[in-house]
Design a protein around this ligand. Structure first.
Ligand code: B12
Length: 349
């Protein structure tokens, strides 16, 4: 391959990389990355301009039901191999303090923070990457045993925000400054601000923040006075009962549900659970847009798999009825129902 000195070369490399992911050809994918490095492209750019956008595209293809879960898993595995190959190719020696990078408890999207970890390493930090789903107690005991300059915590799913907050607080109690990132905090980091923690939109910004300890510590406290209404806590307590009643309601109103295969039933129960979990997270940060964004996403995912958006609207309506004495939850559910109704209008236009 020729040196990617022009935009066209970079675009060609990206297409070759995506094609390698689509063919589950790890050798071709590693070749594309290594050739870019050999042509003088900085490792950081290979990670952020090749691997990161390709992974986002993998997600889009899965969401549109063009790629199966198996294809997504294969592609992600290859991207992980490529990140390891890039890291081994450059392999800088640390000259700065230790930064611990970890995923929140229950968070399995380890590749995005792995990219952040590699960028920090490239910039001279000694990085300990703890990977997916790290329980808060284990993270804290690790921080106590190792002198960390900072901890970087990743969250890809907004429904994990209440857990994220507990984890951030646990790190704070150990007096280690925290930076967070990932799609779970919102595209503009607005939910990180609500939780009172420094946020970075991408790996380079995270590296800049980590290098500026005063900025890292200069954050406004969490802003969660609404939690006093107990809606979040009650919803979490009633999770199982809510899902059971929503399923019973679906069985009664949509007879086809009674003929679902065990796998279809499983994903229906998961979706009913996601609705409760995203609603709980929205209540936690007191932001209806967290819930409506999720509803739009869920409707799109189901529609691309042949399930009409009206099914989501029906379950939202059920939860709305059951939770009518919870003013904030009822308002968020009404917003969600309006979102689904808007999507249906768009489809029929
Ligand atoms: C691969 C993948 C998985 C893999 C992860 C494997 C792994 N080793 O990482 C597996 C199969 C485990 C998975 C599972 C699920 N996934 Co998934 N996944 C993805 C996918 C396709 C790619 C993730 C990725 O690597 N992105 C590339 C990175 C580079 O992008 P990025 O997140 O924007 O990262 C940049 C910034 O956000 C920031 N950043 C990111 N992390 C951090 C951390 C710190 C500390 C900082 C400072 C900055 C920072 O810097 C990065 C680079 O500059 C995404 C699609 C997507 N758009 O990301 C879906 C996606 C995130 N997954 C999704 C879903 C729904 C799920 C599941 C719920 C699916 C299911 N039904 O089971 C589960 C949940 C599992 C869990 N509890 O965590 C949805 C989330 C939608 C939503 N409404 O929130 C997405 C968006 C797919 C989609 N298009 O719908 N997934």
């Amino acid at each position: 391959m020729t040196a990617p000195t022009t935009e066209t070369d970079a675009a060609q490399a990206y297409h070759a990389f995506l094609a390698a992911l689509a063919d589950a050809d790890e050798y071709a994918a590693v070749d594309v990355a290594v050739r870019l490095l050999d042509a003088g492209v900085p490792a950081e750019r290979v990670l952020l301009d090749l691997v990161a956008p390709a992974q986002t595209e993998v997600g889009e293809r899965w969401a549109r039901n063009e790629w199966s879960v198996a294809q997504e898993h294969a592609a992600t595995h290859i991207s992980e191999r490529v990140v390891a190959a890039v890291a081994a190719h450059v392999n800088p020696r640390p000259t700065r303090g230790r930064v611990v990078v970890a995923c929140m408890d229950g968070e399995w999207h380890a590749l995005p923070p792995r990219l952040v970890a590699e960028v920090l390493r490239l910039r001279g930090w000694q990085v300990t990457f703890l990977g997916a789903s790290v329980p808060a107690a284990h993270l804290v005991s690790y921080l106590h045993r190792h002198d960390a300059h900072a901890v970087a915590l990743a969250c890809a799913l907004p429904m994990r925000l209440p857990h994220a907050h507990r984890m951030i607080e646990a790190c704070r109690r150990s007096d280690v400054p925290v930076v967070v990132g990932g799609r779970g905090f919102g595209v503009d980091g607005r939910w990180a601000r609500r939780l009172g923690v420094a946020w970075a939109p991408n790996a380079p910004a995270a590296a800049d923040l980590v290098a500026d300890e005063r900025a890292l510590r200069r954050v406004r406290p969490a802003d969660l006075p609404h939690l006093a209404d107990d809606e979040y806590a009650s919803l979490v307590k009633r999770r199982g009962e809510l899902i059971d009643s929503a399923l019973a309601d679906l069985r009664e109103r949509v007879p086809a549900v009674n003929d679902y295969t065990p796998a279809q039933l499983d994903s229906t129960v998961s979706d009913l659970g996601y609705i409760v979990d995203f609603l709980a997270a929205a209540l936690y940060v007191d932001d209806s847009s967290l819930f409506t964004e999720f509803v739009g996403w869920l409707a799109a995912i189901l529609t691309s798999r042949g399930v009409p958006a009206v099914a989501v609207g029906r379950s939202l309506g059920h939860y709305h009825q059951v939770l009518r004495d919870f003013p904030r939850a009822a308002r968020f559910l009404a917003d969600g129902e309006a979102e689904v109704a808007g999507l249906r209008r768009d489809v029929h236009r």
